[in-house]
Design a protein around this ligand. Structure first.
Ligand code: ZN
Length: 258
């Protein structure tokens, strides 16, 4: 049986809250990206690197993106500090085939908004809500190992209306104590790449230590893995079969657009 090459994962986060807020640093001492990378590294079919905002080119050089099959993105307070050039580079890589797993407030990141082409706005509240994510697509690869729902004891609330294009697949719908609902797990195909948005992960809660949340992200990486890399091209095409002579000009066959 042929074995696939390991999935090359790059986990990106801002790594700002951890340096400013002791509560966040306590939950994620090495940064949220390292916590996410740690549980991905337990998977034999993945090789994992991390990158963050304050590195040169935000750690997402051409070389790093060339060597990335799936990019995980966590951003919150500094979307505007991501250079347009880097966001566009990552967005282009998705169109070429790289997978993107967009977490929590990555809904407002340049790369996600650029791929969705819509506002990606929502309502939010930092309070004492519990979140229950209902698994509405139990046969999907991303929900394998997840029961009827995932319950997170405390999380930031996000609610509809969520300004996204209608998802190709809707996997989770969240309910919050305050009564709101939200499309919290959704997929889209963009160009040759796959995009998975997964809502949980506000920085002041230990959400990325939650076993079910980890399982969904692991499954999401496998689902989104790059299978092809095809660059953008818009060539004039030579015909595969001989064409009849063009009566309007000399005897040359027509090629492409006239
Ligand atoms: Zn948040």
């Amino acid at each position: 049986m042929p074995t696939l090459d390991p999935i090359r994962v790059t986990v990106w986060s801002e790594f700002r809250h951890e340096k400013k807020n002791p509560k966040v640093a306590e939950i994620y001492p090495l940064g949220m990206h390292e916590t996410i990378a740690d549980f991905l590294r337990t998977q034999e079919d993945m090789t994992v690197r991390t990158a963050y905002l304050d590195q040169p080119e935000h750690g997402l050089t051409e070389k790093v993106l060339d060597e990335t099959d799936v990019l995980i993105w966590w951003g919150h307070m500094a979307h505007g500090e991501v250079a347009d050039e880097v966001a566009e580079r990552a967005r282009t890589r998705v169109l070429e085939g790289m997978g993107l797993v967009a977490l929590h407030s990555a809904h407002y990141s340049k790369i996600f908004k650029g791929l969705m082409g819509s506002t990606c706005s929502l309502k939010w509240r930092e309070a004492t809500d519990k979140e229950r994510l209902w698994n509405i697509f139990p046969s999907h690869p991303i929900t394998q190992g997840i029961g009827e729902f995932i319950e997170i004891p405390a999380e930031e609330m996000y609610s509809e209306p969520f300004g996204i294009p209608t998802p190709d697949e809707l996997l989770f719908i969240s309910w919050f104590t305050g009564g709101e609902v939200f499309r919290s797990g959704a997929t889209w195909q963009r160009g040759h790449g796959r995009v998975f948005y997964f809502r949980p992960g506000h920085e002041t809660y230990p959400t990325y230590h939650h076993a079910d949340v980890q399982r969904v992200i692991i499954n999401g990486v496998r689902w989104a893995r790059q299978t092809v890399r095809i660059g953008d091209d818009c060539p004039c095409a030579a015909p595969l079969e001989p064409l009849p002579a063009d009566p309007d000009s000399d005897d040359r066959p027509t090629v492409g657009f006239k």
